[in-house]
Design a protein around this ligand. Structure first.
Ligand SMILES: NC(=O)c1ccc[n+]([C@@H]2O[C@H](COP(=O)([O-])OP(=O)(O)OC[C@H]3O[C@@H](n4cnc5c(N)ncnc54)[C@H](O)[C@@H]3O)[C@@H](O)[C@H]2O)c1
Length: 323
């Protein structure tokens, strides 16, 4: 049976991947320090997996888990541009030192391919859209630099030590279980909870910035494909959907779906934010078999249903605990 490691497996994307791996019959080990992730994300599958509550910065402890694994999906990271600006040290340590440790452990432990969760933030602002892998990176924030360094390490470990690696540059991933409770949360998780609670979201900047929103199941599917594709080791691929929507359009679409009229508030633009984002997916389509199944609106409706049900679950359990 395949033994797969998922770093960051208690997080939003990692927990969706854990479920998909279990469906495929893999034995799954999660490495996570629960800094931004949560074991609630793995609640229904807790009995089927092994969770190692370990920090990626502790080489010896993660090396023991990674040794001999068939695949390593490396998603563990502090995934926030603003956080990396306000408090850069923890991001640097988790995202660069932690990533180096994962590649080193996979090499020394003779593990199989490492699929690395890279980021479209590596592109920064480009004159041309969509963004294609051959463009020179222009990272604008410590987070973007950190994720780019991870890609460089992936390619260098492949070239120098023969480790199989594939880096997937995620664009704006959204879906169930994305944490909406922090100011650093992904924009859609905040929009959707505002929508359900009938509150106006704050849009930073004029709202005309664009994002290539990608539904989490499509990203998970691509990670599974990248684990097995041949002739791609050491490479970097865009893992977006190929579309782009402004934040203003997105909030308008959500209001239409709910049949409400609730104007957004606006705040100052955030440092490090990229203005436009859209993936050229040709390489991933041709070489990895990328085939996103969910339109933006389908993904939004599914995610909205999930947040609504989750909020109801939480309300019921709060009432029950109050007696
Ligand atoms: N969500 C997106 O739109 C997006 C876009 C580009 C790249 N990514 C990348 O995808 C990956 C997953 O992101 P996510 O959105 O699911 O975020 P998330 O915060 O939900 O998941 C990250 C997980 O990593 C864990 N983690 C953080 N630091 C750790 C450490 N030092 N040791 C062990 N575990 C640690 C957290 O506890 C969490 O469970 C990240 O690598 C992120 O950089 C995400």
């Amino acid at each position: 049976m395949n033994r797969s490691i998922v770093t960051g497996g208690a997080g939003f994307i990692g927990s969706a991947l854990v479920r998909a791996l279990l469906e495929k019959g893999h034995r799954v080990h999660v490495i996570d320090n629960l800094s931004t992730g949560n074991l609630d994300n793995l609640e229904e599958v807790a009995d089927e997996i092994t969770v190692h509550e370990v920090d990626l910065r502790h080489y010896d402890r993660i090396a023991r888990v990674i040794e001999g694994a068939d695949q390593v999906f490396h998603l563990g990271a502090l995934p926030s541009v603003p956080k990396s600006i306000l408090d850069p040290v923890p991001s640097h340590e988790s995202n660069i030192d932690g990533t180096f440790n994962v590649f080193r452990a996979a090499t020394e432990g003779k593990a199989g391919r490492v699929i690395y969760a890279a980021s479209s933030s590596a592109y920064g602002d480009t004159e041309v859209l969509p963004k294609v892998e051959t463009m020179a990176p222009r990272p604008k924030s410590p987070y973007a630099v950190q994720k780019l360094v991870g890609e460089y390490y992936a390619t260098a470990f492949c070239g120098c030590f023969g480790l199989e690696t594939v880096s997937l540059r995620f664009f704006n991933v959204f879906g169930p279980r994305q944490d909406p409770t922090s100011v650093y949360s992904g924009v859609l998780s905040i929009f959707l909870t505002c929508l359900i609670e009938r509150r106006s979201p704050t849009i930073y900047g004029d709202g005309e910035q664009t994002r290539d929103f990608t539904y989490v199941e499509d990203v998970v599917e691509l990670m599974l494909k990248a684990a097995h594709a041949s002739g791609v080791s050491g490479r970097v691929f865009n893992a977006g959907n190929g579309n782009r929507y402004t934040l203003n359009e997105t909030w308008a679409l959500l209001q239409k779906i709910e049949g409400i009229d609730l104007p957004a508030k606006y705040g100052p633009p955030r440092p490090g934010d990229v203005r436009h984002s859209q993936a050229d997916t040709s390489a991933a389509v041709q070489e990895l078999g990328h085939k996103p199944r969910f339109t933006f609106e389908q993904g939004l409706r599914l995610t909205l249903d999930w947040y609504r049900a989750d909020l109801e679950r939480k309300t019921v359990s709060t009432k029950a605990s109050r007696g």
